[in-house]
Write a protein that binds this ligand. Structure first.
Ligand code: ATP
Ligand code: MG
Length: 352
């Protein structure tokens, strides 16, 4: 049978990239019969950037509200907080103990953090030096958890023996590592326990920032103008889209390489309307940028408004959210604990 696992960090209200790149996929997978669905609010991952405990707790609840508002049915899907299931941390340790440092050094997300840090630090080393040396001065300011983040993600996925993992494009490399670790674990412990999971991407696998169309939209980007979130008001949505960068070419066309700003807006429009971006571009070909932006803004407002409304209602009922999560965490724990016992047995750790 098909089993899906995917996670989202409680680092703020979901932005359009989260929604169009993964959450919509999560919701539609609920239609499939016999597919088991595990969706996790990955609060352990969120710790890799230092955060205020109160804020983390609030944003975790907020994420639960957002996901249910988007259409995750907590009776159909197992919607749970990662830290409620201890086996994630346990398997993380076991996998970390067989992961060569070089595999993690290759991760582009880590490398870009390293570069960022490097740019801020005094004695900058060369690119190559950075890739190879976790002990470089740039790396001193970074946290171990950020480095081993992909190992925890592999543990999340493999713990449930997920066959399918819906993610955005930015997570494809991490998923590849999870596949490698599945094979590596099997070899190390002479077992067939894990099968490499398959990734699932949507047509909008990478929604770009509204400030810089060459970077991905992120919910934790310090610049709020760079993203549209599911709790933005109609007015905020319209304003942010109006200010999004475009180009000076006359007419509208879809060409992500040559016209990243315009194409990003077209992709957003197409995903909100469930149409093809190329087709939408042809329909809008004679429009000005301003006219195109009006269409995009209207489509986003129509899609986001009901979610925002529902999210607000849910946030007014924290007891309901807490109950739902607790129930689901019992379900997640049942599967995870069984899986962990088998892993512990195989590895030679204590099992019951
Ligand atoms: P953060 O800035 O805290 O990392 P994020 O917006 O990147 O937040 P995550 O919680 O890291 O969100 O990722 C949740 C899911 O959303 C992942 O599957 C990720 O691939 C996907 N995702 C994130 N940003 C985008 C984007 N811009 N376009 C498409 N998918 C995205
Ligand atoms: Mg992210």
């Amino acid at each position: 049978t098909k089993r899906v696992f995917s996670g989202i960090q409680p680092t703020g209200v979901p932005q359009l990239g989260n929604y169009l790149g993964t959450i919509k996929n999560w919701v539609s997978l609920q239609q499939e019969k016999d597919t088991e669905l595990f969706y996790s609010i990955v609060d352990l991952h969120a710790l890799t950037v230092p955060r205020d405990p109160k804020q983390l707790r609030r944003e975790t609840t907020e994420m639960a509200a957002a996901l249910i508002a988007c259409g995750i049915d907590p009776k159909r899907s197992v919607l749970f907080r990662q830290s409620a299931v201890a086996a994630h941390s346990q398997l993380h340790w076991v996998l970390g103990s067989i992961t060569p440092v070089g595999w993690l050094n290759r991760m582009t997300q880590w490398k870009s953090k390293l570069h960022q840090q490097n740019a801020e630090s005094e004695d900058a080393g060369s690119d190559e030096e950075l890739q190879l040396n976790v002990h470089s001065s740039a790396a001193q300011g970074l946290l171990t958890g950020l480095f081993t983040y992909p190992v925890l993600m592999a543990a999340d996925i493999l713990l449930y023996r997920a066959t399918h993992v819906p993610v955005g494009e930015d997570q494809v490399q991490h998923l590849e590592l999870a596949r490698d670790l599945a094979v590596h674990f099997n070899k190390t412990f002479k077992t067939k326990r894990f099968s490499p999971p398959t990734g699932m991407l949507t047509a909008t696998k990478r929604v770009m920032s509204l400030k810089d169309p060459l970077r991905k939209m992120s919910k934790s980007d310090p610049n709020e103008q760079s993203r549209i979130t599911l709790s933005d008001t109609d007015d905020q949505i319209v304003k942010k889209i109006k200010k999004a960068p475009t180009d000076a070419i006359t007419g509208i066309s879809f060409d992500p390489k040559a016209r990243p700003g315009v194409s990003n807006l077209l992709s957003i429009y197409a995903a909100m309307k469930d149409v093809d971006a190329q087709v939408a571009a042809v329909e809008m070909r004679e429009m000005s940028n301003a006219q195109m932006k009006e269409m995009v803004a209207q489509a986003v407002v129509e899609g986001v408004a009901p979610i925002r409304q529902r999210m607000r209602e849910l946030m007014d009922d924290p007891a309901y959210l807490d109950n739902v999560l607790r129930d689901n965490e019992d379900r997640a724990r049942e599967t995870a604990e069984k899986s962990w016992q088998e892993i512990a047995q195989r590895v030679g750790l204590v099992c019951r």
